[in-house]
Design a protein around this ligand. Structure first.
Ligand SMILES: [Zn+2]
Length: 319
């Protein structure tokens, strides 16, 4: 039988999704379970196994040439283990071995962090398509990312390269849960945008929405504190993006996630701040654009990362 599909798993703190992905990025068979994130390791793995069993039961399953896993991080692709911050039951958890138990050892498996997966998706089918150098990011409850270098995704040895959320852009800034200070995520994530607005005296509107979405609504109505909180997030992102561009010469930064959904409220100040951080000739033309792919990006990207990592012929990714 022709092996023209790639199986994909997208593992996050709220859902575990699976699919069989075709060579244009279309999802042929899908399965999903909520993540029992507060349960022990075996229960979480049980949900993964249920998703995999649905996929392996599909008539299309024998067409799968490989399996890609994109997981909340940190991951360790070199050992096949994951330790997602938002799934405390999994620490150095042998996810790849567990997946092999269900799908068999014949099928090649590739593990990457979720930031690398969305990068692979945007490079294959989205806003970074055809680009030689790109940084793709998700800005939501956390800030993650990944890199395209020389036309290929660059996961790094452990599958975490490009994790821009935890580079410091404020030397003496607030302590970050990762242990460092002034990280991009500590300033630009949705919860931190909301927390900063609240601490500066912003009051949620009549709907009581005290999240970044509420701050965005207030900013659109001209609230100066809300605007300032978005501006500060944009500044942190601009500094991080400029640093990345200066290090590895990316030509485009693609930003998705809930906070990016604020649109010009984020992108306008971001492009403005970028002018003051990305100053050298080789980075001054850097583009910043919204991500194209939505909630399926994790699955599409897990497949794309597997296609590249496992050198599976039907997929043109990174060619
Ligand atoms: Zn950090």
């Amino acid at each position: 039988m022709q092996t023209d599909l790639i199986a994909a798993l997208d593992i996050g703190g709220t859902k575990i999704a699976g699919a069989l992905v075709g060579e244009d990025g279309q999802l042929l068979v899908r399965a999903q379970r909520p993540t029992p994130a507060k349960e022990n390791a075996g229960v979480v793995m049980g949900a993964v196994t249920e998703v995999l069993r649905e996929l392996t039961a599909a008539p299309e399953w024998p067409r799968a040439a490989g399996l890609g896993i994109g997981s909340a991080g940190p991951v360790n692709a070199s050992t096949g283990t994951v330790s997602p911050v938002n799934i405390p039951g999994w620490r150095e958890f042998p996810l790849v071995a567990g997946v092999r138990e269900t799908v068999g050892t014949d099928l090649p498996v590739e593990l990457v962090g979720d930031g690398v997966a969305i990068t692979a998706a945007e490079h294959w089918q989205g806003a970074a398509r055809g680009r030689a150098g790109a940084l793709c990011m998700v800005v939501s409850t956390g800030v993650g990312g990944g890199l395209v270098l020389d036309g290929r995704i660059h996961p790094g040895p452990t599958g975490n390269a490009g994790h821009i959320g935890h580079i410091s852009v404020d030397l003496d800034g607030d302590a970050c849960p990762c242990g460092a200070r002034g990280c991009v995520e500590r300033i630009a994530s949705g919860p931190n945008i909301a927390a900063r607005a609240l601490s500066e005296g912003w009051l949620p509107g009549p709907d009581g929405d005290a999240t970044a979405r509420g701050v965005a609504a207030a900013a659109r109505a001209g609230d100066p504190i809300a605007l300032a909180s978005f501006d500060r997030a944009a500044q942190a992102l601009a500094a991080g993006i400029a640093a990345t561009a200066t290090l590895v010469e990316i030509e485009i930064a693609v930003i998705g996630g809930g906070v990016a959904g604020a649109g010009d409220l984020l992108f306008e100040p971001l492009r403005r701040h970028l002018k003051s951080y990305a100053t050298l000739s080789f980075v001054s033309g850097l583009e910043v654009v919204p991500a194209v792919l939505g909630t399926d990006a994790g699955l599409i990207g897990a497949a794309a990362a597997a296609a590249q990592g496992l050198r599976l012929p039907p997929f043109a990714t990174g060619a």
